[in-house]
Design a binder for this molecule. Structure first.
Ligand code: HEC
Length: 140
């Protein structure tokens, strides 16, 4: 192989790596890549319902009742909150808070917690899509 040819292959590989790094933006809030987030949010919603829903899904679940008492009704349903930060959700889930018990990595592995966090910190665009879906369903 000629030196020049070798050089162009190396340059090609380096360019490819640079493009791959630039083209995969990581969302600052949850550490997940932006391109597959819609799917991750949908998975996170299901996991949230099965892992956290027993205390947080409905207004009369323990978690919602305790949060309504501490923070007010407007902030009692986690899935409707837009002020929750990824780090806070992770910390509360692992350490617990008030009467919420800590959840172990056996109960909720990190990979699941990441998806739950992606759902709870989903962007406004995803929330708008949910609203139009549910109002559409109401008319059926
Ligand atoms: C066994 C019931 C229970 C389960 C399961 C549970 N929580 Fe909680 N959670 C609570 C209670 C109760 C509170 C309110 C604690 C307080 O304020 O005293 C709470 C509070 C929180 C808060 C604090 C909100 C704030 O603004 O301070 C976050 C965040 C939270 N839970 C996330 C989760 C997530 C995520 C899951 C699932 C991975 C989960 N919880 C599962 C009972 C639960």
């Amino acid at each position: 192989m000629s030196g020049k040819h070798y050089f162009s292959i190396v340059a090609f590989v380096i360019c490819g790596l640079a493009v791959a790094v630039v083209a995969r933006p990581r969302s600052e809030s949850n550490g997940l890549t932006a391109d597959s987030s819609a799917q991750q949010i949908a998975q996170g919603e299901k996991l949230y319902e099965s892992r956290c829903g027993i205390c947080h899904a409905a207004p009369n679940n323990t978690g919602s009742l305790m949060l309504a008492r501490r923070l007010g009704k407007d902030r009692s349903l986690l899935a409707q909150r837009t002020d929750l930060k990824a780090d806070y959700i992770r910390k509360v889930s692992r350490v617990g808070i008030g009467s919420m018990p800590p959840l172990t990595r056996i109960e909720v592995p990190d990979s699941e917690l990441d998806l739950i966090v992606a759902y709870l910190t989903r962007p406004e665009s995803a929330r708008a899509a949910e609203k139009s879906r549910s109002s559409g369903a109401a008319h059926e």
